[in-house]
Structures are given as structure tokens and as C-alpha cells.
Design a protein. Structure first.
Lengths: 317, 317
């Protein structure tokens, strides 16, 4: 099967939209409505690093698209299209492509994203890269850099399920944790509702501690987080209690929830926002100034003592 | 060195623009002027496939950005920004990154493109992916699908130098051919001048024969090309004469010239366009109908006999 057979068989059926131009041109062409800006992000997933070497096509598809869309969610953007690059490994057979294409198509439909184009190459180590495009109103788009002293720190959903999902991946133990790793759900509706409301926002992909640190550095502030206030799933609570390893959940990553800051004036809006986005929003701490320029999140235990972590989150290199 | 050190050292200096947001956000944010559309394309290059495993960073950078921008040139678009994904191999050291960043920076400046963001991952087999963004006027953007019977077929510059450059890569033989492979020059000025003038356009990346076939299929037409009319460099002419292998040059790829069709009404505009874009434009054939639906380019020798090729061009898989 050559590149064009592969495209015709698996990708063309996903690309029935104007921007894609039938995947027959050198580039995709898109419009941005007046008053809106374009938002673009790209995420690469490498076999054996970001997904298990024996992961099935549907898992790879959902992780690739979900993690990429999660970056748009963190900006408060509405996704419009994506480019999909397949770095095709020697072991990828029909079954892999079929499961990939079916899952990718289903998620494109769920999240109302069009496939606009991409690239297909041969690679000894397989990889997937998804570039997602979206739009947002200029004044409303979120960033990591707007947090101010006095703002409250919130997180959506539960934290640590991505880590638990990775631990139990392939063991068919199921439970709350599996889906956050295998099929990340980008918090797009939440991000869009937070646009113009939150002062800073990030998606929890590296690990809660590391990702809050990103906000701290970009905003040049510090945070104090009550570790016991961080919401856990039933599986997460059991894991933390049985092993005394709450820290592992707070630094494990792959949760794809949103962590954000909000000022006192806007905090009352969160009740409606959580209801509309159908996700729990939990206050876990507060933003403070850092005259000593130590821009990081401090996690406190029930006694008010700071918790130390071996690693703050996933390190990419 | 972790991801953030790498970014701070090599990438931040290239990303001093508003859209990049200091590489501190989850996504880049950009504007498109009224009356324009966005144009986006992505190109992945894998070590050992699209560049030699021992290629230096500057060669990899120029090939990655040049080939990606060439796709925008084929659309008649003006590039605005790009996302750079590094799939970092075990052998990539400081020297590689330094040479990559220096060459990438120089080309960004030459082509007036901003670095907006990207991703950095670890990969056993190194790869580079560049997603380029641009803009173009809605009515003027080029495609592969507008060629009509009676149009003339043109090509810019000379053909076959990419193949010769690959052949001589690393042998320091120099000559005309080296640069088309090592440092592809995207024909952006030409593509922009052809916007609204050419009826169909493509960049010659897979090989002239294969790329003309792409126009034929997208436009549902056929072409007759006079092989002897295809412009060759001095090195190309010598290669074709010495070895009797003109076909290798016509199917070799990596030329990054533009091949396009133009109707009789617009053909007279090409003289000025070639002068403004500072590149030779050569008529090599004509578009015809294909009632039998054989949508391909036929290459004729000096006696009017069709030339057969073993392969029409580079096959990606």
C-alpha cells in the first residue's frame, strides 16, 4: 500500500470539508471570522515514550487528538481543524490503521473538528503528530501569564487518574483511572466558558505540580496549594490511602483537566460554569506574591507543612 | 539539559514575536487580515529517510523549513509563522542544535516567517516536523485542480538538481546541484506572483513526472510534456548526456521549483512575473483532455515517442 492508497482508504473519508480540499492540494485553506483570532498548537507522540509500543490504533488516535485539543481547551479556544502526521512504523498493519481511523473519526465528530491535511512518512520508531487549529475572541483568550496575588487556584475534575490509567494500562483492571490515560477528554467546554473569566489557565498534562509551576513562572507569582483539597477519584483516594503516595498523583500527569486561577470578582461565576461544562471545579489554593522570585507552587499537607516531591512532573527529555 | 533549557537556549531567541507568547502558553495566537484566508501545511522529515543520518543541523533545518515553505509557495500564499517539532535523537548534541538553530534563524529572517511554537520530544529515530502557516487572498490562492485543456505547462528554474544534490551529498563535489537538496529555496515570490494568474500549481518535491501527475488527477486532465524542453542546469545537462539518464532527473524530486499551468489569456504575464521573482520560467508542454480518464503527464522524446519511467517519482511508503 503506498501513501495515496493509505490516504484514500483511511484519511479521505475523514476529510470531507472545504478546508481540506480533498487532501489534493499542498496546503489547507481556512477562514477566521471577524473579531476572532487563530489559535494553533502541535503535539507529537512517540511510540514507547508517549504510548506503549503495543498500543492499539484507537488508543493512539484518542491520545494524540485528545492531548492536542487539551492545549486549545487551556486557551479557551474553539477547535476548527487539524493536521495529522503519521510516522508509520514497520509493525503498523491494516488493523492498526482501521482502529486508528475509526477512533479518530469518532473524536473529530465529538469535538466538531475537521481533518484538514497532514503528512505521511515512514519511520523506524513510529510517531504521531497532531497540529490543532482553533479560534477565539481576541479579548477572551486565556494564557498562563495573568495570575495575580489574591486569585484563587482551581482545578477541574479529579487529579491522578492519568497516572493510574498508565499504571493499569493493558491489565484490564478498569476503574475510574483508565480513561484519562487511554482516552483523554479535553475540557473544551470548560475552557471556552472560562475565557474572559479565568486570569490564567493550563491543562494538566505534565503533572499538577509542574503545570501549576508553569503558571507561576509565566505570571511571576507563587501559589500555596492545600494538597488535601486536590480532588481525587475513588481509585485515586484508595491509591493515596493504601500507599501513602498522594505525591505520585499530584505529579503524574496525563490528566487533561484544567488548572486555573480566578480573581475574587469572577469567582462567583464558577458555579454556573461548572454546571454548564458538566465538570466539578474545586478550589485548591491561592496565588501569592513572591518577592524572592521563587515562582513555584508549594503543596501543604494537613499540618501546614510543605510536601516535597522527587519530581514535579513529567520531564520531556 | 531538559526541555526547558533546550527551549531557552535555542528556541526562545527565535520566537520574539507576539503570536509565540514567549513560548510560555499552550498554543500560539495569530491574526488574519480581513479579506485573507489562512493557509496551513505540515511536513515531517525522518532521519535516514528524508535526510542522511549524519546530516548536520544546518542541513536538517534548511531542508525542513524549505520543503514546508515550498508547499505554501505552491499555493501562492505568504508565510507568516511556523511550529517546529523536534524529535530528538540520542546522538543530537550541542553542535547539532547550535547549527540547526543558527540556520533556522537565518532562514526565518530570509523568508520573513516567525517561530510561533512547537513541541520537543525524545525519539529513538530522530525526526523534524515543521507546520507552516500563511495567508492569501481568497480569490487568488492556487490549487492543483484548475488546469484546463489548452493551458500551457511551465516549470521554474531547473529540474534534477535536487537529485544530483542528494547523489553528491557529503562528497564535497559542489556544483550547481548541491544546494537544491541541501538548502532548498522555496519559490515564494514566484508563487505569490502566480496567485490569480496560474490555473494550477504544485511544487516539484516528489519528482517532476509524479508532481505533474498530481495536477492531472486533481484537474482531471492529461498533459503532453516535451522532455527535451525541460530546463536543466549545466550539471544536469552533463549528467543526462554522459549517462543517458534524463529520466532520473525528471523523476528525482527535491527540486522545490514550481510546476504550473496557465491559460492563453494569462501567458503573456509570465515574462514580468519571472523577472520580478528572478527565476526562469520555461514552457515544457500543454494540457489536454483525457476522455479515457487517464489523468497523467506523458513525456515525449525528440522523436515524439513517449518515454517510460521505472518510477514516476519518490514514493513515501
Amino acid at each position: 500500500m503506498d501513501e495515496f492508497d493509505l490516504m484514500a482508504r483511511y484519511l479521505m473519508p475523514l476529510a470531507a470539508n472545504d478546508a481540506a480540499r480533498g487532501l489534493a492540494d499542498d496546503a489547507a485553506v481556512f477562514d477566521i471570522p471577524e473579531g476572532f483570532q487563530g489559535v494553533v498548537s502541535t503535539d507529537a507522540l512517540v511510540s514507547g515514550v508517549h504510548f506503549p509500543c503495543d498500543a492499539t490504533g484507537d488508543v493512539v488516535a484518542r491520545r494524540a487528538l485528545g492531548s492536542a485539543l487539551s492545549d486549545l481547551a487551556a486557551m479557551g479556544a474553539t477547535p476548527t481543524g487539524c493536521l495529522l502526521t503519521w510516522g508509520i512504523g514497520p509493525d503498523w498493519e491494516d488493523t492498526f490503521f482501521t482502529r486508528f481511523a475509526d477512533a479518530f473519526k469518532a473524536d473529530l465528530s465529538t469535538y466538531k473538528v475537521d481533518l484538514w491535511g497532514g503528512d505521511t512518512v515512514r519511520a523506524a520508531t513510529p510517531f504521531i503528530s497532531v497540529c490543532v487549529q482553533g479560534i477565539g475572541r481576541k479579548s477572551d483568550l486565556l494564557s498562563r501569564s495573568g495570575a495575580q496575588a489574591g486569585d484563587a487556584v482551581y482545578v477541574s475534575g479529579t487529579i491522578g487518574d492519568g497516572f493510574l490509567g498508565l499504571q493499569s494500562f493493558g491489565t484490564a483492571t478498569g476503574g475510574d483511572g483508565v480513561s484519562a490515560y487511554e482516552a483523554p477528554v479535553p475540557q473544551l467546554a470548560l475552557g471556552q466558558a472560562l475565557a474572559g473569566v479565568a486570569s490564567a489557565c493550563i491543562d494538566v498534562s505534565d503533572g499538577l505540580a509542574a503545570d501549576l509551576d508553569h503558571i507561576c513562572r509565566a505570571s511571576q507569582i507563587a501559589m500555596e496549594v492545600e494538597a488535601m483539597a486536590v480532588p481525587l477519584s475513588a481509585a485515586g483516594a484508595a491509591y493515596a490511602q493504601d500507599r501513602g503516595q498522594l505525591g505520585t498523583l499530584l505529579t503524574g500527569g496525563d490528566d487533561y483537566q484544567l488548572a486555573f486561577t480566578v480573581n475574587a470578582e469572577n469567582e462567583h461565576k464558577l458555579k454556573d460554569i461548572g454546571r454548564i461544562a458538566n465538570v466539578a471545579l474545586t478550589r485548591i489554593g491561592a496565588v501569592s506574591q513572591s518577592p524572592e522570585k521563587h515562582y513555584a507552587a508549594r503543596f501543604m499537607d494537613a499540618n501546614g507543612a510543605e510536601i516535597g516531591f522527587e519530581n514535579r512532573g513529567y520531564t520531556h527529555l
